[in-house]
Design a binder for this molecule. Structure first.
Ligand code: ADP
Length: 378
């Protein structure tokens, strides 16, 4: 590495330049101001000198005195410059060592993080600027550690989710080979159910990876939310009927123009109402309501189902999170439907929020979407 590219030598060079400039300015000022002042003072003094000195021409005496005065000044400046340079180099060396220590530590830590040691952190130094760098470095290390942890958890979850249908299929196949399980349509449809579950999981994972990477293609346009909601409800009515659930839209006359992707909005809505149907026991009700707040349309899906405990609410949008693992798995839920739905809502400029008074007391999900410009209907 060239010396000039090193911060240490740049600081030392800067100190030396400051000393040289200081000495030049000092010499110039001494010559321009001090010499003329001293000359005037000398000539005034010679006029009142007694004896031989008074008989010599005043000019010659003052020239000789001035020459030795100049020589003294030059010598003093030279010694001062050398001393200042020496002190400057010494202080620069100390200074650069202090400045470079945390930077060197950050360099060392970043190499360790690059090698996979995500628990590496740097100590925050006293100086404000370097403390900010060290603090931000530690924040970055925290984020990397979290991402790594999420990656490990994700792989574990995917393996776990794949294991269940695969174990089911393996059980049926072993039973068929050993002749314990009959090779009748009931067995094959059970096997088909496991294969479908695998298929759905793989599709969900693919969609999840695309929405999380921001790679979903959206066809944004202005459209009326009301017919779309009614269409989704018509699709889900038979399913709700089987479970004896009342599925209805409150105030069906309130049309609302939103700016979003109609297909993706329908997908999100299918997920929210599908969940409400899945988690509401027979005899319950599911109500949809359309409102608008702060230039956003809000579509609320409220059910009288099993509800969500307060401690689970912050996690329900996380991948693979299920409040009741055994129950959700038996009903075929992969625990990533809400993650996908929220990412889709975000991609369209909206959001999904969830609320519940507690377990057994129903839940409410609100999908917000931007209103089409010019629509401010309540
Ligand atoms: P799943 O496919 O398991 O339903 P989701 O991501 O759609 O996955 O939902 C995550 C979890 O949130 C569910 O497993 C369930 O525990 C909870 N949940 C979602 N919607 C409701 C609801 N309407 N009522 C109660 N719990 C719900």
């Amino acid at each position: 590495m060239k010396l000039w590219r090193q911060l240490r030598w740049r600081i030392i060079a800067a100190q030396i330049v400051v000393v040289i400039v200081g000495v030049i300015v000092l010499a110039w000022v001494a010559d321009a101001i001090a010499v003329s002042t001293v000359t005037e003072a000398l000539e005034a003094a010679l006029l009142i000198l007694p004896g031989d000195a008074a008989r010599l021409p005043a000019g010659r005496v003052s020239q000789a005195l001035l020459a030795s005065y100049r020589q003294a000044i030059t010598q003093a400046l030279l010694i001062a410059a050398l001393a200042a340079t020496a002190v400057g180099i010494a202080t620069s060396l100390l200074l650069t060592r202090e400045i470079l220590r945390p930077l060197r530590q950050i360099g060392h830590s970043s190499r360790r993080i690059a090698a996979g040691h995500y628990d590496e952190r740097v100590t925050v130094p006293g100086s404000d600027e370097l403390a900010a760098v060290a603090h931000n470095f530690n924040l970055m290390a925290d984020t990397l550690a979290q991402v790594e942890q999420q990656r490990i958890t994700l792989i574990g979850n995917v393996a776990h989710e794949l294991r269940t249908p695969l174990a089911g299929l393996e059980g049926y196949l072993e039973g068929l080979i050993d002749g314990i399980v009959p090779d009748d349509p009931a067995t094959f449809s059970s096997m088909q159910r496991e294969v479908r579950r695998l298929h759905r999981l793989v599709n969900d994972l693919q969609t999840l990876s695309r929405v999380e990477a921001g790679q979903v293609s959206l066809q944004l346009s202005s459209f009326d939310l009301l017919p779309l909601v009614q269409h989704v409800l018509t699709q889900l009515h038979p399913q709700a009927g089987v479970q004896r659930l009342a599925l209805r839209l409150e105030e069906p006359s309130a049309s609302m123009q939103v700016y979003a992707d109609p297909d993706r909005t329908a997908q999100v809505l299918l997920n929210l109402v599908g969940n409400a149907i899945r988690y509401t026991p027979a005899g319950g009700s599911i109500t949809l309501r359309l409102t608008s707040v702060n230039r956003m349309a809000c579509l609320t899906v409220t059910d009288t189902g099993i509800g969500i405990p307060a401690e689970a609410l912050p996690y329900i949008f996380e991948r693979f999170y299920r409040v009741d693992r055994s129950r959700a798995r038996s009903s075929g839920g992969s625990g990533i439907g809400l993650t996908i739905a929220r990412h889709l809502a975000w991609a369209m400029g909206g959001d999904i929020t969830a609320g519940s008074p507690g377990a057994g007391q129903g839940s409410s999900f609100c999908l917000t979407l931007p209103l089409a410009t010019g629509d401010s209907s309540p």
